[in-house]
Design a protein around this ligand. Structure first.
Ligand code: 13P
Length: 340
């Protein structure tokens, strides 16, 4: 991928009918996912799992890029090929999560700040050498009584902007991810308000930091009712609120917005994506950057055993295909009966 400009990498990530596979779970997160299925989180198992995912036949039909974790970008396949090189040869762009997770924000109970700015310029240079062409930083915003605070949103927005500027300096497309959590009993309207205020603050910070909007992607959650809110908004309401919110807060110069799944079921994440992407006349390309909503079925089938690799890969391929169709607004739940 030498010689590709940062804009062309962004455009390739946003290829029609394709999206991103987020496989960048940190050590604690992958351990949690594995533990639920009694799979020990060893280096060998993490490699076997991710190699299984990345070698899914036909994956590149629907997946343009994969977000890797620091450990993974340094690992090699059974045949001794570095994983990023294997992906690049397959026609899938490797990317890297560069934040170092969240810590509690001092003096602000229930809120978090993402860390990882120290030494980031040097790490970007190394990740580029290792084959990464895009990067991701995730900030977390919680909704609750009196939350989020402006202090939390602003601190996270500043960090996101510094990350994005450093990433562009290294010729790596930054994926700026302020995630508004689904946890809580808040309404759809409250989620819309918090997402809009958060995005506005993030874009103000990006502007101040002179980040080139044409050379980045936004990763955000859909506007959803809180997980514990009765009633849950209908799919059409989610699509309407999400598009309205993004339209008010995301500049048209941003080439693409990719959604995280954030704990939605895999089917709900696909159905809602389909409804959102069916809306015409938006200035950005819309797509997905799913972790759990792409991997859940595959992980449950694999369960740590190489003997289950083929059906697990079929599960990932199926979800990637469904989401690839959803990006075109062409998904139908009839497709699910093929596998389930
Ligand atoms: P989920 O789709 O599982 O929310 O993960 C996406 C991601 O990369 C979160 O940072």
């Amino acid at each position: 991928m030498a010689g590709h400009t940062i804009e062309s990498i962004a455009a390739t990530l946003l290829a029609p009918g394709k999206g991103l596979l987020a496989a960048d779970e940190s050590f604690p997160t992958i351990e949690k996912r594995f533990k639920a299925l009694d799979i020990p989180s060893t280096e060998e198992n993490r490699l076997a799992y991710r190699e299984m995912l990345f070698t899914t036949p036909g994956l590149k039909e629907f997946i343009s890029g994969v977000i890797l974790f620091d450990e993974t970008i340094r690992q090699r396949t059974k045949d001794g090929i570095p994983l990023p090189e294997m992906l690049t040869k397959e026609g899938i762009i490797p990317g890297i999560k560069v934040d170092k997770g969240t810590i509690s924000l001092p003096n602000f109970a229930g809120e978090m700040i993402t860390q990882g700015l120290d030494g980031l310029r040097e790490r970007f240079a190394e990740y580029r050498e290792l084959g990464a062409r895009f990067t991701k930083w995730r900030a977390v915003i919680a909704i609750g009584e009196g939350l989020p605070t402006a202090t939390c949103i602003e601190a996270n927005a500043r960090a996101l902007a510094l990350f994005a500027a450093l990433s562009q300096e290294a010729d790596l497309v930054p994926i700026v991810e302020p995630e508004v959590l689904m946890d809580g009993a808040h309404t759809l309207a409250r989620c819309e308000e918090v997402t809009r205020v958060t995005l506005k603050c993030v874009f103000d910070a990006l502007f101040d930091q002179r980040v080139v909007l044409e050379q980045m992607l936004l990763k955000t959650g859909m506007v959803l009712s809180g997980k514990d809110c009765p009633p849950q908004a209908e799919i059409s309401e989610v699509a309407e609120a999400t598009i309205r919110c993004l339209g008010r807060a995301v500049p048209a110069a941003v080439p693409g917005i990719v959604f995280l799944s954030g704990g939605q079921s895999d089917l709900a994440a696909t159905e809602r994506l389909n409804a959102i992407c069916a809306v015409d006349d938006v200035p950005w390309t819309l797509s997905f950057s799913y972790g759990r909503a792409l991997q859940d079925a595959a992980l449950k089938t694999w369960r740590g055993s190489a003997a289950n690799a083929a059906p697990a890969q079929a599960g990932l391929y199926h979800r990637a295909k469904c989401n690839g169709l959803a990006v075109r607004g062409k998904y139908s739940s009839d497709l699910e009966s093929v596998v389930r």
